[in-house]
Design a protein around this ligand. Structure first.
Ligand SMILES: C=C(O[C@@H]1C=C(C(=O)O)C=C[C@H]1O)C(=O)O
Length: 241
């Protein structure tokens, strides 16, 4: 049987899922690649893969998108790896550099700056530009908070704005897949989430962040009705930008 191609995020936040997949017979049925989130999205959109752990902001661009798992990358309040880092207080931000690896958090920054902080900001993707502030996500944020005058955790700010948790990335397929496979795949992910303490022991200590606290208490992997509600609201607010 031809293998099912899967693109998952290459950051620490996805290690529990990778652990689950690697400890499951489902591993034999898939061809797994680890990519930055923006590439997970483009691979799924361009049909280079069948399943992607993709930024929720990219879901509307995937033909026949179907969320296929009861797990996601989410947080209930502060996440500790999705930031607006700024030299000035948020109300003084005039220019902001987006993160080329992100799709969700770039849009989340735009949504929060407009609707929550109520500031008009010019955005750039030019990484050599000098700006007041920047979006940064994933492992590259570890240990960076102290490098900036202000660090706004976007999971925390979204919670203040909406009272909701947030879903950054979801497991999405671009075509119908066998029920039995999907069941086994979700069981593998569940097993990874249940074994986060074992995942932690396999990871190198990172001086910039408490990895155990990050994986166990900051990230929240359950795709709950509240997170789906947040996704719907977020996607609607993006269309109004
Ligand atoms: C919590 C995170 O969630 C992520 C943020 C994403 C985005 O902004 O597009 C996509 C996938 C996730 O890795 C993170 O990367 O720190």
């Amino acid at each position: 049987m031809e293998k099912i191609k899967v693109s998952a995020v290459s950051y620490t936040n996805t290690k529990p899922f990778i652990y689950g997949i690697q400890h499951s017979p489902v591993l034999e049925q898939i061809d797994l690649s680890l990519d930055i989130p923006s590439d997970c999205a483009s691979k799924l959109i361009e049909k280079q893969v069948d399943i992607g752990l993709i930024p929720v902001a990219a879901i509307p661009f995937v033909p026949n998108a179907q969320i296929i798992s009861s797990f996601c990358i989410g947080s209930i309040g502060a996440v500790d790896s999705v930031f607006i880092f700024s030299d000035v207080p948020v109300e003084k931000i005039k220019t902001l550099k987006l993160d080329p690896q992100s799709r969700t958090s770039n849009n989340l920054a735009k949504v929060l700056l407009k609707n929550h902080f109520k500031v008009a900001v010019d955005f750039t993707t030019d990484q050599s530009a000098t700006t007041d502030a920047m979006v940064l996500i994933g492992d590259r944020t570890f240990g960076r908070k102290g490098d900036f005058n202000y660090a706004y955790d976007m999971g925390e700010e979204w919670m203040k704005f909406t009272g909701l948790p947030f879903m950054y990335a979801a497991w999405v397929a671009n075509k119908p897949l066998p029920e039995a496979f999907l069941k086994e795949f979700d069981a593998a992910l569940a097993n990874g989430i249940q074994n986060i303490p074992a995942v932690i022991t396999q990871l190198p200590a990172n001086s910039g962040i408490d990895i155990a606290n990050y994986l166990q208490y900051k990230l929240n992997f359950n795709l709950t009705p509240e997170k789906l509600k947040a996704k719907e609201l977020f996607l609607k607010l993006i269309t109004e930008l």
